[in-house]
Write a protein of this length. Sequence first.
Length: 373
Amino acid sequence: MNNITVKPVTNKKQFNQFIKFPWKIYKNDPNWVPPLLMEKKEILNKEKNPFFKEADMEMFLAEKDGELVGRIAAIKNDTHNRIHEENIGFFGFFESINDQEVANQLLSTAEKWLKDKGLTAMRGPANPSSNDEYALLIEGFDDPPRLMMTYNPKYYMDLLDNYGLKKIKDLLAYRIDNSKMLSSEKLVRVAEYAKKRAGLKIRSVDMKNFKKELELVKYVYNKAWAPNWGFVPMTEDEIDALAKNLKPLIQPEIVIFGEIDGKVVGFALGMLDYNEIFINMNGRLLPFGFIKLFTQKKKISWARIITLGLIPEYQKKGLDAVFYYEIAKRAEKIGILKGEASWILEDNEMMTRGAKAMNGEVYKKYRVYQKDL
């Protein structure tokens, strides 16, 4: 007899259970970074997260013999479907004990919800979109995730494969060692030549004029990444919300703009890997977490290049090499000697070529799955 039940989240108690369920799955995993509870509550709050102005979501909890054993969310992203002229839905925030039947019930519940909305395929994991934590970790379980990257048990691959979900795209994370990168004569040569030829000037973000700088980020971000698979432009409100959360964590030296003749043509966002601090905070910033952020900041050894883009007319001119080189030099000056460039689409030749030019090596892989409904 099947003793598994999957029910929608309908009250505050269940909402909190949904958010805190991962602690059950990862309690003995030394590489898991507990998410900040405040942040997760904001992301999942349909009233506060601007993503939901053009999206809908239903959260579900699974119980077996009265015990919580899993969670999932089904997501309808209208912006994605409009931009890509698709009719697909997403699943996200997937967590499950190592029980295929539990996983099957969770995934089939999400599938039914999406099907009832008239959608014809299910893709994920998206938490809740490709502008947030995205895809399933499939290689590189031996150390913690970098900031804003996903992490999960290895057995999740089997749970999704056995359900019938298939790979649609892999995402790559490259490890960059400053010493290897800065010793690349080719990279230095290409960067210097491209910079001089184009008249490119690199500058750090001006934190005193943050609002004005943010407008430049919006301009570059939505122009530079538009052609990419799965890319959904962030709305003004979404970028504002993300910037509000990231602003206290920004290290200006590794957030840089590229300008030609006074016009911004590119942008790169490097962030210190605050996961090195969050891993010991058990999801709580209050009452003392904020103090830890600033007192332990100097101990951080990694940075993550989250975005790096040039507006289309300045792509394929070697200018990306300038950004890579500048970030490496600037990171070294503040004591950061290791970096992750992520995530990069496996078939994005321009970005994979750039990562290799930095003497980067693929050290983690993530998978986006899909199933026709």
